[in-house]
Design a protein around this ligand. Structure first.
Ligand code: SAM
Length: 294
């Protein structure tokens, strides 16, 4: 493919950015496209934002140009930028993601930040992250508290492989366990006892919510990481509450991300097992996490 076929006006950095702005117009807000360009230059060429601004009249070679071409094609099909560059940042950790793992969300990062603040005086010694996916929550907590024993549980073998790689890449020790947490108790016996903190961001989006969701999520992220049946939307919270009833220490805490429409119902699941709890809002003002105690 030559430059003309690639439809860039030239190999110059400023023309590459212009191409992205023109070709993705109407698909994404302009500010987001500029952010994509920044992330691509950093991922493909190792350029900082400052370099991108100061090297606008330089040219890049043809094979790098081809990578930008395919990135633009992918963005046209709403492939998430995190999949294109292969990773994202989460609480200061670099987390690799692909089609087998959910891309960590800012709400989840906020939950982890609040957990870290909450336990600033006394770090939990044993932590279990149920539905760990890319391992982002477990890894961020293990990085903050290197002395803690941290476990991550997920049903998905490919997600756990990514999580292992992410733990190694961030130089933390997390023990990963493959288990279907909706199945009866045997898997729980493999967890340490007692656990001081159970944390989870389980699937909680109802099937009926699909119609208002974006294509980058629906077409590219694993459905089994997101969706629950409309008629059993709290199925994972029942499993988490049962796990807490079996494994949580007397002073222990459960912190879970929740569906904003189901805050009270989620608390009821835990109250039915004699836990107490409250809901906290996220930075968008949506009821997003439940804090549970015995
Ligand atoms: C919403 S994602 C959360 C991923 C990650 N913790 C995060 O916050 O980005 C939910 C995760 O639950 C896992 N999962 C789905 N069904 C499961 C099951 N029955 N048992 C264990 N994990 C399950 C999925 O593989 C997925 O990784």
């Amino acid at each position: 493919m030559n430059t003309t076929e690639l439809r860039f006006a030239s190999n110059r950095v400023r023309d590459i950015e212009r191409y992205f702005l023109d070709t993705l117009e109407g698909l994404y807000p302009e500010g987001e496209v500029r952010m994509f360009v920044r992330m691509l230059f950093e991922a493909f060429l190792g350029w900082s934002h400052a370099e991108l601004l100061s090297r606008r009249d330089e040219t890049i070679n043809q094979s790098d140009l081809l990578r930008f071409h395919w990135a633009a094609e992918d963005l046209k099909r709403f492939r998430p930028i995190q999949h294109i560059v292969g990773s994202c940042e989460f609480c200061g950790c670099r987390i690799e993601v692909d089609e087998t793992t959910l891309i960590p969300r800012p709400e989840t990062e906020e939950m982890v930040t609040r957990i870290i603040d909450h336990f600033s005086n006394k770090a939990p010694r044993r932590i279990v992250d149920l539905c760990t996916g890319s391992g982002c929550i477990a890894i961020a907590l293990a990085k903050k508290w290197p002395e803690a024993e941290v476990w991550g549980v997920d049903v998905s073998e490919p997600a756990l492989q990514k999580a292992q790689k992410n733990a190694a890449g961030n130089h933390v020790k997390v023990q990963f366990l493959q288990a279907d947490i909706l199945k009866e108790a045997a898997w729980r016996e493999k967890l340490p006892y007692p656990v001081d903190l159970i944390v989870s961001n389980p699937p909680y989006v109802m099937e009926q919510e699909k119609r208002v969701m974006q294509r980058n999520v629906l077409d590219w992220e694993p459905a089994e990481a997101l969706f629950v049946p409309d008629n059993d939307a709290l199925v994972f919270y029942h499993a988490i509450a049962d796990t807490a009833a079996a494994c949580l220490s007397k002073e222990g805490n459960v912190v879970v991300e929740i569906n904003e429409q189901l805050g009270d119902e989620t608390l009821t699941v835990f109250r039915d097992l004699r836990f107490t709890g409250n809901i906290e809002k996220d930075f968008r003002g949506n009821a997003r996490m439940a804090w549970i105690k015995r």
